[in-house]
Design a protein around this ligand. Structure first.
Ligand code: ADP
Ligand code: MG
Ligand code: MG
Length: 368
């Protein structure tokens, strides 16, 4: 990892930063990119930038990825300017290279891109205060709203079939059948639980295929730490981490936030009695998301929000189990059976959502 960042100074020279270079240091807690804070001095002012070595292992095509990001950030800038917002803080701003390219490929094959630094704001790693979770919902909702008239089909699918749950199910079934590690016998109840829900898994994608749900610009990593929260006002001001912006379903962005943030326990909790859907947090997020969306979701999308949440928990549980069966090759594990533990929390969450299904739907009706 350090090796791949060896040419950082070459990258700093290639990018069109203003002023005199002062220093750079590693920054933040992101897991995907190598992120650095770069400081410059311009007219006796300290100017900061974020520089990232893009994760070329996960994102095979940096060119397409940056086209997605530049497309939507330019679009956002126009809208924010029109509504007299602050383009420096309410959207990401890509810094081009001195040659006018949106990223730089260095002499050892690493890819670099830079953004203006968003001042006086923080991204939080955990949901400590429900208010922050709510603020992230409003911000992701607003992101959806502002991009609701962007041509989603013009975006590249940087990770094909990312949330194609039926395709993920086929991959899961193959992993069970091949059982290359001989682990399937340990997880009969989990396999059965998933197979019993094969029909559920198709519901959202079927609605998309029948055009009953619209194709949207989606973020696909709607975690709290991808929102910048203003230090003074506590408001969610900007959606960051746009690598996974793709065409998709709004209800999956919503659902993934719920799966991640409205669980009463950690994602890898082994005491399943602690795992459940926190209905208060579900309501808070739904309220914030719908406020942010400001009427841009269709009636069907709004109705299907609970199904988006259930599908995401189910899909995620299935992916953890698939990785367990394949010998833990995708998700990094820190202990034995880690992926199995993670799978179990997601399946428990699905079970709890089924138990609370009527309540989840009543919550959504309240805000329709
Ligand atoms: P990853 O995909 O690795 O999570 P992110 O793009 O989310 O990478 O960046 C990692 C961290 O860097 C963020 O959580 C945030 O704290 C910080 N960060 C990223 N972009 C900016 C920015 N434009 N301004 C300020 N901080 C940023
Ligand atoms: Mg991030
Ligand atoms: Mg990311």
């Amino acid at each position: 990892r350090e090796e791949r960042c060896a040419k950082i100074e070459e990258a700093i020279k290639a990018l069109d930063f203003k002023g005199n270079y002062i220093k750079h240091e590693r920054y933040g807690n992101g897991h995907i990119n190598d992120t650095f804070l770069i400081q410059f001095n311009q007219d006796d002012r300290n100017v900061k930038y974020i520089l990232q070595r893009m994760n070329h292992e996960i994102f095979k095509d940096p060119d397409q990825l940056m086209k997605n990001i530049c497309g939507i950030t330019e679009f956002l800038k126009k809208k924010i300017t029109k509504s007299h917002g602050d383009v420096n803080r309410e959207t990401m701003n890509v810094i081009d290279t001195k040659k006018g390219e949106p990223f730089y490929k260095d002499s050892i094959g690493s890819y670099w891109r830079a953004y203006q630094f968003i001042e006086d704001a923080i991204s939080y790693d955990q949901v400590d205060k429900p208010e922050d979770f709510y603020q992230s919902a409003v911000a992701f909702g607003r992101f959806q709203h502002l991009l609701s008239d962007y041509k989603a089909e013009s975006l590249y699918e940087t990770i094909p079939n990312f949330h194609n749950t039926p395709t993920r199910y086929q991959t899961f079934k193959e992993a069970v059948k091949k059982d290359i590690c001989g682990r399937a016998k340990n997880v009969t109840p989990e396999i059965e639980f998933i197979c019993n829900r094969e029909d559920d898994m198709k519901i959202c994608m079927d609605l998309l295929n029948k055009e009953q749900l619209p194709l949207r610009v989606t973020h696909n990593d709607t975690k709290l730490n991808n929102i910048m929260i203003d230090n003074k006002t506590g408001k969610g001001i900007c959606v960051i981490d746009l690598d996974t912006v793709m065409p998709g379903l709004s209800i999956f962005d919503f659902g993934d936030s719920i799966r991640f943030g409205a669980n009463t326990a950690a994602e890898d909790e082994t005491d399943l009695s602690k795992v459940s859907l926190n209905l208060q947090l579900f309501e808070l997020y739904a309220k914030g998301y719908l406020e942010g969306c400001n009427g841009s979701l269709t009636k069907k999308e709004t109705e299907m929000l609970p199904m988006g949440a259930k599908t995401m928990a189910l899909e995620c549980g299935m992916r953890f189990l698939t990785d367990y069966l394949l010998g833990d090759t995708y998700f990094r594990i820190h202990r034995e059976n880690h992926n199995l533990d993670r799978c179990r929390t997601q399946l428990k969450l699905v079970e709890d959502m089924e138990y609370k299904w009527d309540e989840m739907n009543s919550v959504i009706k309240k805000y329709m």
